[in-house]
Design a protein around this ligand. Structure first.
Ligand SMILES: [Zn+2]
Length: 485
């Protein structure tokens, strides 16, 4: 099956994929609570004949679907969590559906369904005689919680030869870049409350410990390697100035290109927290809430994705009027194009959409962000790309991104489905290509994965989320994974 047939297979499902992405957009659920999206995606996979393991890595909304037989095994990742507070209608003015409610500001409703379209197209190719297996990994809690860490640790990708994934954006290009590894911590200090004026000597301030720790972090900044980034916020600093705070909480991130750098600085940070506790004469508890690797790039996969995009060409945006209106509302829409190669900026600036396929233009660079895909990329070669689901220059996590995710984004989503499907079909049908992909993976260090998260970390406890249950029509093709599996 060639790129054209894969494209036809996606086009034949365009209505189904569009409706599904819209339904998930209308039911935005945040990290670890994404039951609606997981159920919808699982149903679609079952209907197409996939078998599905649910509850992977002891995460209720994580699942692993597969179709076909034997090796090679290739597949894709689907995200579907929303962001808190970003509720927005599919209109070109700021208008929440419901004040304060979540919204799909990172386009993960498109992400999950675009990847689904790609996996279903590969299933069609397998029916046509292509040998091998395709998997679709449903990966929750990307925005906070790192669902993929728990899945990777549970061995979800151990028998997979290569994965191709994507993210919504405003141009079409593979990425060959890495990004930052990160550790995240919650620090809680516990002191002794007291009247701040009448009996200050009887109190010990939990907030003092947090302030001392933050002062330490400021001093650390001068003496960490240049790429290291340290950030913090105080989430609870006490209730009233006339009461010595008995409890105070802050959250911290330690980022750097390599795990070794992160771990060295994290160790120093833990020591600083101990010092702050001694200085303030209070108890300080440090809880690691997250820890992921940077992405290990695979330039062979990036080049293949680029070839497939060139084969496909660009695409048209169906609702160009809404796209143009949304583009108008962006404050820096035309400045954002400076991230693109110089020779295409003029064409991109013309907007509202820029759908010309580009080759990877970021090889050898490290993006200033972190993602739990980093963990996956340490155990299996991972190809990544961006497609143009949003008007040119749309920032992620903006209301414009929510609006486009519920409307004009579907064209870019189907383009992602075609690119994923056609790249996976190439990997299944071209043994030399797959060998080159895994050779590059090995040359970059092979599997060297040791999750920094404590073995007993319970994300539901860490993120204070009630463990949900999926409402599935359990058939013989759905298997609920238990801790013993
Ligand atoms: Zn995202």
């Amino acid at each position: 099956m060639d790129t054209e047939s894969v494209a036809a297979s996606v086009d034949a499902r365009r209505e189904q994929l569009t409706a599904l992405s819209r339904k998930i957009w209308e039911h935005p659920q945040t990290a670890f609570e994404e039951t609606y999206a997981a159920e919808q995606l699982i149903d679609a996979l079952i209907e197409r004949g996939f078998t599905v393991d649910v509850g992977v890595g002891d995460i209720e909304t994580a699942f692993l679907a597969r179709y076909g037989d034997g090796s090679p095994v290739v597949g894709t990742l689907g995200e579907y969590d929303a962001l808190p507070g970003l509720s927005q209608r599919a209109t070109a003015n700021r208008e929440p559906v419901e004040d304060g409610a979540p919204g799909h500001g990172c386009g993960h409703n498109l992400f999950g369904v675009g990847s689904l379209g790609g996996a279903l197209a590969v299933a069609d190719a397998i029916d046509d005689g292509l040998e091998g297996t395709v998997i679709y990994a449903g990966t929750p809690a990307e925005e906070g919680g790192s669902g993929k860490t728990y899945m990777t640790r549970a061995g979800a990708f151990d028998d997979v030869d290569a994965l191709v994934s994507w993210h919504p954006g405003w141009y079409n290009a593979p990425t060959a870049a890495s990004c930052l590894a990160v550790d995240s911590f919650e620090v809680t200090a516990r002191g002794t409350p007291s009247h701040a004026a009448a009996a200050p000597e009887a109190g010990r301030s939990a907030l003092d410990a947090i302030q001392l720790l933050n002062t330490a972090v400021e001093y650390m900044r001068e003496h960490v390697p240049d790429p290291v980034r340290l950030h913090y916020v105080i989430t609870d600093g006490g209730a009233a100035p006339n009461v010595v705070p008995a409890e105070a909480t802050a959250e911290y991130l330690v980022r750097a290109p390599s795990r070794t750098q992160v771990e060295t600085v994290s160790e120093w940070f833990r020591n600083a927290a101990r010092g702050a506790a001694l200085m303030a004469d209070v108890d300080v508890e440090v809880t690691q809430t997250g820890g992921v690797y940077g992405v290990r790039p695979n330039e062979t996969l990036a080049a293949t994705i680029g070839e497939v995009m060139t084969d496909l060409g660009g695409f048209d945006v169906t609702d160009r009027a809404l796209a143009a209106d949304l583009h108008e509302t962006l404050e820096n829409g035309s400045e954002a194009v400076s991230v693109l190669p110089a020779d295409v900026r003029e064409r991109a600036r013309a907007g509202p959409y820029f759908t010309e396929p580009l080759d990877a233009f970021d090889a050898g660079t490290t993006g200033s962000y972190s993602t739990d895909s980093g963990d996956v990329s340490q155990v299996v070669p991972l190809g990544r790309m961006t497609t143009a689901t949003f008007p040119v220059g749309t920032p992620l996590h903006s209301w414009q991104a929510v609006a486009a995710s519920g409307s004009v984004g579907v064209d870019g989503m189907c383009y992602a489905a075609k690119t994923i499907g056609a790249t996976l079909v190439r990997l299944l049908s071209d043994g030399d290509l797959l060998a080159a992909v895994s050779e590059e993976f090995e040359a970059r260090g092979g599997v060297d994965y040791d999750s920094p998260m404590p073995a007993d970390a319970d994300p539901y406890e860490l993120f204070d989320v009630a463990r949900p249950t999926l409402d599935l029509d359990t058939s013989d093709r759905v298997r609920v994974v238990t801790a013993d599996d």
